[in-house]
Write a protein of this length. Sequence first.
Length: 534
Amino acid sequence: MSTATALEVRVLIGGQWQAARNAGSFSAVDPQTRAARPARFPISRWEDCDEALEAAVAAFTELRRMPVARLANFLDDFATRIEGSAEVLVETAHRESGLPIRPRLADVELPRTCNQLRLAAAACRSGDWALATIDTAANIRSCFEALGPVCVFGPNNFPFAFNSVAGGDFAAAIAAGNPVIGKANSSHPETTQRFAELAFDAIQANGLPVATVQLLYRTSHEDGERLVSDPRIGATGYTGSRQAGLKLKAAADRAGKPIYLELSSVNPVVILPGAVAERSDAIVDQYVTSVLMGAGQFCTNPGLVLLIDDPAGRDFVARVAERFGSAPIGTLLSPAVERSLVAGIQTLQQAGALRCAGDATPLPDRCAVPNTLLTTTGRQFLCNPHAFQTEAFGNAALVVMATDHRELIACLEALEGNLTGCVYSANDGRDDADYGPVASALAQRVGRLLNDKMPTGVAVSPAMNHGGPYPATGHPGFTAVGIPASLRRFAKLTCFDNVREPRLPALLRDRNPTGHTWRSIDGRWTIETIGSKS
């Protein structure tokens, strides 16, 4: 499909690529040149949203009657089609995001995206995610079931793995049995369009309702808030800025609609004195690599470091600053990310942070800001903890130098919620007495606690929690990465009380529908059929 002009770019609604009822148009920007991309994409009016919601409701009704194997087959087929179009997808995403073709897009993110889709397919087939629970004596049975149409707002920093029509939220929502209305990120609309084309081909090939996947490129803020709060929507998954996310949350909350948000995180790293003395060089290498990877544009980027202010700690900071100054300057994802990073650095400086590497002056030829390292004291941090936790999303970081362990703990207790928190300690045990209070304070404020390991990587593991207390996310009890748990965000718990066995969902009938689905029967997890001999 050609994307040369706004009139030729179409939204996907109800199984049709059709002209948008547009309220204007926009282009993505190549951050490597600051030049606008040639394709223009429509800004949809509410009429497009309304039609997509109507089609999604009809699709949801059909999906509830379909065997789960058909959804699983779609997810597997979609992953295969993505692999077959890898070259075009990677090149498109590279032009729209500035992210390197290799290894980032081709060797890391695209394989991860396909893996997530296949893991979601496997979870869909097994049914374990639904936590089927059966009390035979009371004849009460329950499980998680599909919730309804899901709207997914994808972020700018993962054009594949978190894409609104291909990423983790999408895979989880589909595997749980819901149709998806994808809202493309404005930084990579053409990448999202190509994913939607592949998804629609897989929908048709596998006999799913044509509106199982729909795509809008952009709406007004008012229509976005109206969309997430509409009575027809089941839930929303959103990854992006705190400001925009909180407006969507307020709208969804007023309507009583679930919305799962990933908003903001500075991901504190505490480096205890014994670790500095024991292996300072190695930790400097690990930290600089982690914080500048991808120009710092990861939601798990370690943007806040806490150290004890002693000669070894000051030497550590000096060597990090030196490395910041000599390291290559990465390309930022878009002019908007650049503006946000500059504003974040300026906020930290206005609060009193001192610059020891870089500055907030953008480069003229591409979207980029020099690698910037700032420092402040523990006392200053405690006087204005909110300002000092401003997320400078990109290649910038803040170091807090505490006078002693008591002040260090006080700084940790002043932290907002984060996705991750990390503690580096000596291998020989000299930090063990300090580790307990530090880890205790940190663990209450993060979704994932790490030891002696930078937080940047997020493994696609069933045990992974990519979530955390506010403002890292909108709810501390859910994860955006980690199948099967991520599916339960887009499901409701349904209880069946004294319902006749033939009328129950297959997962709750006496016979195990797959022969290997784990169900809790009278307090014991088992794959047995009810009434069978142990």
